[in-house]
Design a protein around this ligand. Structure first.
Ligand SMILES: Nc1nc2c(ncn2[C@@H]2O[C@H](COP(=O)(O)OP(=O)(O)OP(=O)(O)O)[C@@H](O)[C@H]2O)c(=O)[nH]1
Ligand SMILES: [Mg+2]
Length: 186
């Protein structure tokens, strides 16, 4: 089983992504930050890997998606409003337990400071494969997006996937990245 956790500050579009990947309304979506209150897990189904990819399981494996509550306030470096300290820790435990992580950034808000720190911890202390996604690119100009892309690349030392869950630009690229990272899961 490959566990994929979608993480980010409040309101970045985590639940929208979960629903888009699953093709249905599995997680509540709203414009109000703090909509998802805890952890939502759903089987995505079998993931089929191309023959050229190494896969310890053979040709296919079960993929489970985990949607999480927004970890931080969109503007400030404080915990998400629906999270007690205990709940926050519980979420971090669940995230550390995942095999692949999707770190989602809101194009209109930029890279969140708290998420940046968490990203480092997950990447270097826990050696997690992380897919960085800048979502809501339909809401910003190409120039703004380019600036954010450069900043994210510099600070997180990896190239982000540029995504819109309105136009679906970048969606295929994200699916490809998921398949790619899934092959490294032990
Ligand atoms: N324009 C635009 N809106 C988006 C996009 N993705 C999500 N949204 C909207 O952003 C808002 C928040 O989406 P959610 O999926 O609920 O965000 P979330 O990260 O799960 O939020 P919390 O559970 O509160 O942390 C909703 O109004 C979505 O319709 C996108 O790519 N473009
Ligand atoms: Mg949500």
């Amino acid at each position: 089983m490959i566990k994929v956790a979608i993480i980010g500050a409040e309101n970045v579009g985590k639940s929208t992504l979960m629903n888009a990947l699953l093709g249905g309304k599995f997680s509540e979506v709203s414009e109000t930050p703090g909509t998802t209150k805890g952890i939502i897990k759903r089987a995505f189904g079998k993931i089929k890997l191309p023959k050229t990819m190494k896969n310890p399981f053979g040709g296919a494996d079960e993929l489970v998606l985990i949607d999480t509550a927004g970890l931080f306030d969109p503007e400030k470096e404080i915990r998400g409003k629906v999270l007690s300290e205990e709940k926050f820790k519980e979420l971090i435990k669940e995230i550390v337990n995942a095999d692949v992580i999707i770190h989602m950034i809101d194009a209109t808000k930029g890279l969140h400071r708290g998420m940046e720190k968490l990203h480092y911890m997950l990447k270097f202390r826990y050696e997690k494969p992380i897919i960085v996604v800048i979502n809501k690119i339909d809401l910003v100009s190409r120039e703004e997006l380019e600036r954010l892309r450069e900043l994210v690349k510099k600070r997180l030392e990896q190239e982000p996937i540029l995504l819109s869950l309105v136009t679906y630009e970048g969606f295929n690229e994200l699916l490809k990245a998921l398949t790619y990272y899934a092959q490294y899961v032990e």
